[in-house]
Write a protein that binds this ligand. Structure first.
Ligand code: ATP
Ligand code: MG
Length: 442
């Protein structure tokens, strides 16, 4: 009833296009409706009960078939955003350019309407002079929806009521061959949306898939198109890469394809020095392990590690014309952040976190008086200390400093006093040798 009313009021998406899908029993891949999250199963069932078609689509299905645990489950349907919203009490329509619906059911399930990519004709979305699509909010059929997706492995639909996978573009075969293949002409699809190149690298690292040669070859000559993508989208995509649990491989592949030039040109500077490379490798390895163990990772910490060695050299340069090492550090931070945010719109809260972690580092070298106890009470102490340990592990700072702080944290008040006395004098002698600021001068 509700569905009928909304269809009359807002128009029904066009009927199914001519392209016929291959239907594949999902159990062949060990997939059952119980493999879905309870929320996504409930949402698809409710839509189907109301007379709509509804499927789990995209990354979740791909991940389930390869045996990985999906990050989230997206649902796609022939119901319009208004119809979806009317069906679920706890839902809201989001997005201006392309409307979709967030249904709250413990988790948030993103429900979108089948849409098509229109590149020509009166419905054609606006594109800029380089062919980048600016807006593409046009409803379509399921087969059209499949064709507007980026990679074949991302264009599979699973119907939990029949436990059948619908495959319009050979995605299941590509999963079997561990191949990331662009739907349609790769150059055209990359021009429409250059972020797809970053997605290719991210997904190939995450899934350990090869990027199909037809897609990989044009990337080198098209990488520059990323310069014209809004810095906020680049940031979102980079964050996904870094938090994927495969950050190390992702960064390696990004560099191998030359895709980092337009986004993080400073990465070359950092990774070309052995110490910088070691530090970033350790940081990414740590991050990947934490993510795989289900632990949280702070983006501010991660970005602070990526650009630490860039900061050290900027700090060194500023210090040559400055009397104060601390004010030189803050000036260098501003320089590094200015450089970075031109390409990558790092949100303000992360920028503050990065600067706090960086700013704490020289304070770890002050091991006398009240300073260590004060540092312990700093709200960012833990992050600063973890950062220090990475510096120790990478060989930048003497391990002894990390061990001292490890001990200091768990010591009683009297033991702490003892540690301060013991380190007060030798520390002063050693400090000159160890401090970050003096180290870069050597
Ligand atoms: P992840 O595991 O990281 O979530 P994903 O493939 O699910 O990977 P999402 O960003 O969640 O990535 O996108 C969901 C789906 O939307 C994709 O599987 C793909 O079908 C489609 N999609 C996302 N981004 C694009 C794009 N830039 N161009 C075309 N289709 C896209
Ligand atoms: Mg996803």
């Amino acid at each position: 009833m509700i569905a009928k009313f909304f269809r009359a009021a807002f128009g029904k998406p066009a009927s199914l296009g001519s392209l016929q899908p291959r239907t594949i029993p999902a159990k062949r891949y060990g997939l059952h409706r119980t493999s879905l999250s309870p929320a996504s199963l409930w949402v698809t069932e409710q839509l189907q009960l109301a007379g709509f078609s509804a499927f789990v689509v995209g990354g979740a299905l791909r991940d389930l078939i390869v045996g990985m645990t999906p990050k989230d489950f997206d649902v796609v349907t022939d119901a319009t955003p208004q119809e979806i919203h009317a069906l679920f009490k706890r839902s809201r329509i989001i997005g201006r350019r392309f409307q979709l619906v967030h249904v709250m059911k413990g988790d948030i399930i993103e429900v979108s309407t089948f849409r098509r990519a229109v590149t020509q004709g009166p419905d054609a979305p606006a594109s800029d002079e380089r062919g980048r699509i600016i807006s593409d909010n046009v409803f379509g059929t399921q087969s059209e929806d499949a064709l507007r997706r980026d990679f074949t492995v991302n264009a599979l639909y699973y119907d939990p009521s029949t436990e059948i996978i619908l495959d319009y573009v050979g995605g299941v075969r590509d999963i079997e061959n561990r191949l990331l293949r662009v739907i349609g002409d790769p150059s055209l699809r990359f021009r429409e949306d250059p972020v797809r190149m970053l997605r290719a690298v991210r997904l190939s690292a995450k899934l350990d898939f090869q990027i199909d040669e037809a897609a990989r070859v044009p990337i080198a000559s098209m990488a520059h198109l990323l310069n014209h993508v809004p810095a906020s989208r680049i940031f979102d995509e980079m964050l996904k890469l870094l938090l994927s649990g495969h950050a190390q491989e992702g960064i390696n592949r990004l560099r191998a394809e030359g895709l980092h030039h337009g986004i993080l040109p400073m990465l070359d500077r950092v990774l070309e020095q052995p110490m910088g490379q070691k530090f970033v490798e350790l940081a990414l390895l740590n991050t990947d392990l934490r993510i795989r163990e289900g632990k949280s990772v702070s983006p501010a910490f991660l970005f602070a590690t990526l650009f630490w060695h860039d900061l050290i050299s900027a700090w060194h340069d500023v210090q040559l014309q400055s009397d104060s090492s601390v004010s030189a550090l803050y000036e260098a931070m501003d320089q590094v952040m200015d450089d970075l945010t031109e390409k990558l719109a790092i949100p303000r809260r992360f920028e503050i976190g990065m600067k706090e972690i960086w700013g704490l580092q020289p304070r770890f070298e002050l091991r006398s008086g009240h300073k260590p106890v004060r540092l312990l009470a700093h709200p960012r102490f833990r992050a600063g200390y973890d950062f220090l340990l990475l510096r120790c592990e990478s060989g930048e700072v003497d391990m002894e400093l990390g061990r001292w702080w490890e001990q200091f944290q768990v010591s009683s008040e009297s033991e702490r006093k003892q540690m301060l006395v013991q380190t007060a004098s030798p520390h002063r002698r050693k400090r000159r040798k160890r401090s970050v600021s003096s180290q870069v001068k050597q």
